[in-house]
Design a protein. Structure first.
Length: 67
């Protein structure tokens, strides 16, 4: 897991918490803010996952060339 994946996971979790608090307190603005944060976190997770996969592929190609 890389930094983007970890930060994205934390952001998505924070968004879920805000959604729950917004629902409990009848605060639609807080709920909507949580939805936006969760979506941003998931996007950052996906970016981090893609970045990791590209790095792994480059490493494999480098190892194949060395042989």
């Amino acid at each position: 897991m890389n930094r983007d994946e970890v930060k994205g996971n934390a952001e998505a979790f924070k968004g879920k918490i805000k959604q729950g608090v917004g629902d409990l307190t009848n605060d639609p603005n807080l709920h909507d803010e949580g939805v936006a944060e969760e979506a941003a976190g998931k996007a950052q997770q996906a970016f981090g996952r893609a970045k990791r996969k590209v790095g792994e592929a480059v490493k494999e190609v480098g190892n194949a060339i060395k042989k």
